[in-house]
Design a protein around this ligand. Sequence first.
Ligand code: NDP
Ligand code: 2IT
Length: 459
Amino acid sequence: MSIVKEVEQANTEAAHSYIDDLFETVQKRNPGEVEFHQAVKEVFLSLIPVLAQQPKYIEHAVLDRLVEPDRIISFRVPWTDDKGKVQVNRGFRVQFSNAIGPYKGGLRFHPSVNASIIKFLGFEQIFKNSLTGQAIGGGKGGSDFDPKGKSDLEIMRFCQSFMMELSKHIGPDTDVPAGDIGVGAREIGYMFGQYKKLVGAYEAGVLTGKGIGYGGSLGRKEATGYGAVYFVEEMMKSVGLGFNGSTVVVSGSGNVSIYAIEKAIQLGAKVVACSDSSGYIYHEAGINLDTLKRLKEVENRRCKDYVLEHPDAIYVEGCSGIWSIACDIALPCATQNEIDKASAELLVNNGVKAVGEGANMPSTLEAIDVFLDNKVLFAPAKAANAGGVSVSALEMAQNSARLSWTLEEVDTKLQQIMHNIYSASMKASETYGVPGNLVIGANIAGFVKVADAMIAQGV
Ligand code: NDP
Ligand code: 2IT
């Protein structure tokens, strides 16, 4: 064994034991936070090659610092429902890292929201945002508020109360929230209105995903779904495949799913299934996007109702069965851990060629292994769904410059950003000896920029 190899081997062992010890600390310090542990574990395992080659990251305790958020804000959100009854929810904002820019990341309103969920999302956002090449740090927030079945006025009162506290911690150069599950343009509008009133100034860049008429960016609504499809298309092109002529399954039927479906159809694919948390629809002839958009974006109805208008489609109760449908491309765009090992095996056995994660952490670690072991082209969330936050950063840029770009300008920039993310992730995978492994490549490419900034800025 050459001296170089021996040094490398020793460093790899050092990296392994550093990661093992630190992961144990993370588990002890954050008991029961299983989603946060999962997100940290994936990043840690991916970083072993770079830690082995660049011991400076261990010496400067970069990861020890990164797993501890700058701060976690947790607060009471009292509001009155339409019956005049007082309701209390819990709000969160986790400001993880501002090493390369103001904290940036969405707000999620869903009954499952807790510290673990917000921390996993905030931790991943650090690396995702770095990958975009834009100057944005990592953060995330939300509430266990359940928007389902709430009236418009209840949503407004909740958003106003949520912003009463959140407003103390955010600002265009401090922390810039946006949407996520359960938070779209309506909720951002109510929160922006309240923020404006509280600070007494028109700080357009404090939130992104705003309505087009008051500082929002054209193309933000479409950005995550379109971006994911652009990314998967480029990944598939590298082996002579693509969306054209492919059969696609997309889980979820919210913001990310709808625009992933739209772009996939535009590229010549047939999208045969989508879902909500109650069940999924299978339409062999191809999902009718006009119907789906009207049901979901205008009428706020359920997937089940789609078959009333398309009797040749079928509806099945329970959302996880969607992965039993044979497809060339699977785009999980609903929520975390929606594809487990068994679902991944089903997809592989049915011949899936590519998987693109539109949602955050939709595949369990075991599911990712199944895809990689079976040579399925796999586009990890931090890379594939970064289009949303990228256009959010473009919205911030437009707000600062007090101008608005056309849809074509924004879309061209989005395509370029997704291409850059793909190239950077591929390049990192090659540099660190795992060519084509985009999980490792994306994590390393995102990490290096943040880590170098942290070292440059001192402890
Ligand atoms: P939406 O609220 O618009 O839609 C969410 C969709 O997923 C709905 O169809 C919802 O069904 C379904 N869903 C949510 N939770 C569950 C669950 N626990 N089990 C099964 N289905 C569920 O959210 P988005 O489309 O904005 O977000 C979807 C995913 O994409 C999330 O993981 C989010 O973090 C991620 N993401 C979003 C970005 C954005 O710009 N919006 C950017 C990057 C990532 P139902 O209506 O029944 O609840
Ligand atoms: O997970 C995500 O990247 C988002 N929900 C979008 C965040 C943003 O700031 O646009």
